[in-house]
Design a protein around this ligand. Structure first.
Ligand SMILES: Cc1cc2nc3c(=O)[nH]c(=O)nc-3n(C[C@H](O)[C@H](O)[C@H](O)COP(=O)(O)OP(=O)(O)OC[C@H]3O[C@@H](n4cnc5c(N)ncnc54)[C@H](O)[C@@H]3O)c2cc1C
Length: 488
């Protein structure tokens, strides 16, 4: 390949993965990251001997990480240790019910039977639907550019598409399969993995609970940030130029052809192609076409996160714990209609120190406490944070969470406003656009720009979507497209 230069804007997981793949394919790569560390949402903070992952806490589809390392000529297990989590999560409901969601089938079926015997059959049918959707997607949607015409594999898959339930509403499909309100609430949680409401997105997202149940939930020993550190080290060893604290202010172009980028410092960096890992909705701003950010009505969920170090052991908690609100439809109405923080939020508590003692001092626990929040542009002042924290703690308390207030050693808050500023995502929308309606669920930002030649998109806001393994697939598709359209 002639000497080709690519610039990657953003050092999130997708940006790093694209940089490494492009470098392996012979490109000269410069990666420009606006902040002082790599990783984007997948980041880390330390305080008082506690170590916190600030973003992802759950890894699914581990073979995608293994495949990615293989394409770099490496073995994942030589660099990182992925361990499966059993049970997947402990769920606590507003009516006082608590149970473990586990991939150990006999135990899980016993749990369902105690809740509602008929739902054992419902669960199996629901998983079968998820399996069919996954089978359809894995060689097609998840692995191919969305703008490519369907090939034989995709056409064959489409003829087997389980139309009736897949095109329907997600919540209606959950209701069709489960009678018990707690199981309905549990399975309605999955669309939040892509920042969306179960009441508005299509049932095609049923593939998410299937993937988690069939292939498990995983953890990276030492914290998920080890993945970023590992990729950054490989990138440096392979000669990828990494420029930290280098925000890109503009993507340069002439006659619809991308020519490089301009940094906020005024420095211009010429390139044959540019890959945007920042939120895809910021592209028109960087291209000088508009100053408007993604409209509020199109944004996926943001989150309010508390990173808490506790000075005692909490053996009653698992690695993943979820404390459900009393009224799920009302919670999503507040998030997406009223665009306010819910007065009764569902709260996710991740306690990595339950399976990884290196995250916390010997007699402590590391807590990542998160509730969904609207991706609005309203400021999060101290009063708002105090109010929201009160709502979070009240839900935890009433669902049986231990009283930790007097044992808190360190606490930091990450608001949607922090996320917007830190990661460059409008309103702090974690997954870019939401997936409401089947078209939006699948029609994400294509990986290759349809107008500007030489402009590509990688990461959770673009095809095939958000979440760490899917972001790696995005990097794979981008590299294939760049090899196809730019290599000569
Ligand atoms: C709180 C939270 C919890 C999550 N939980 C999970 C989970 O459990 N499991 C899971 O799989 N996923 C989870 N995710 C989602 C996952 O983190 C993301 O899908 C993934 O990390 C996104 O990677 P990305 O490649 O899109 O890049 P991002 O992480 O979005 O990084 C983009 C980078 O681009 C930089 N950038 C933007 N604009 C510019 C510019 N103009 N110039 C220079 N740099 C720029 C940003 O600073 C940032 O570093 C979570 C996310 C959050 C925030």
């Amino acid at each position: 390949m002639p000497d080709k230069k690519a610039i990657v804007i953003g050092g999130g997981l997708g940006g790093l993965a694209a940089a490494l793949r492009l470098s392996a394919a012979g490109w000269r790569v410069t990666l420009c990251e606006q902040s002082a560390s790599l990783g984007g949402k997948m980041n880390e903070r330390r305080s008082e001997g506690f170590r916190f992952d600030t973003g992802p806490s759950l890894v699914t589809m581990p073979w995608i990480f293994e495949e990615f390392f293989e394409t770099l000529g490496l073995r994942l297990r030589d660099h990182l240790e992925l361990t499966p989590l059993r049970p997947l999560a402990r769920y606590a409901f507003a009516d006082g019910t608590t149970f473990d969601y586990t991939t150990e089938m006999p135990a899980w079926f016993d749990t369902i039977r105690r809740l509602e015997p008929a739902d054992v059959d419902g669960f199996l049918r629901y998983m079968r639907l998820g399996a069919r959707l996954y089978e359809l997607s894995r060689g097609t949607f998840l692995r191919r550019p969305m703008t490519d015409p369907p090939d034989g594999v995709a056409l064959a898959a489409m003829t087997h598409f389980p139309l009736r339930h897949a095109w329907g509403n997600y919540d209606e499909t959950v209701r069709h399969h489960f009678h018990d309100p707690r199981l309905r609430q549990l399975f309605n949680r999955y669309p939040t993995y892509v920042g969306s409401s179960p009441y508005r997105c299509p049932a095609t997202l049923t593939l998410i609970p299937f993937i988690e149940y069939a292939f498990g939930g995983w953890y990276v020993q030492g914290g998920l940030y080890r993945m970023i550190e590992c990729l950054a080290e490989i990138a440096r060893q392979r000669g990828i130029e990494i420029r930290l604290e280098s925000p890109v202010a503009a993507i340069e172009h002439r006659m619809r052809r991308i020519t490089g980028v301009q940094l906020a410092s005024g420095i211009g960096l010429p390139a044959h192609a540019v890959v945007l890992n920042g939120d895809a909705s910021t592209a028109p701003i960087l291209l000088g076409e508009t100053t408007n950010a993604l409209p509020i009505t199109e944004r996926s969920l943001s989150g309010l996160v508390f990173l808490i170090g506790v000075g005692r052991k909490l053996p009653e908690l698992h690695h993943h714990n979820v404390y459900f609100s009393a009224d799920y439809p009302a919670e999503f109405g507040q998030l997406f209609d009223d665009r306010v923080f819910p007065n009764d939020p569902t709260v996710y508590v991740n306690v990595p120190s339950r399976s990884d003692p290196t995250c916390a001092p010997k007699s402590g626990e590391t807590l990542f406490v998160m509730a969904n929040a609207p991706a609005s542009d309203l400021p999060w002042d101290d009063h708002t944070v105090t109010y929201a924290r009160g709502c979070v703690m009240e839900r935890l308390r009433s669902n049986g969470f231990p009283d930790i207030e007097s044992d808190i050693v360190t606490e930091q808050v990450i608001t949607p406003q922090h996320m917007a500023a830190r990661y460059g995502m409008p309103g702090g929308a974690i997954y870019g656009r939401h997936s409401h309606g089947w078209r939006r669920a699948f029609w994400r930002q294509p990986n290759r720009d349809g107008y500007y030649k030489g402009l590509y998109y990688v990461g959770g806001g673009s095809h095939p979507g958000g979440g760490t393994p899917i972001v790696l697939l995005s990097a794979q598709i981008v590299t294939e497209l760049m090899q196809r359209y730019e290599a000569n």
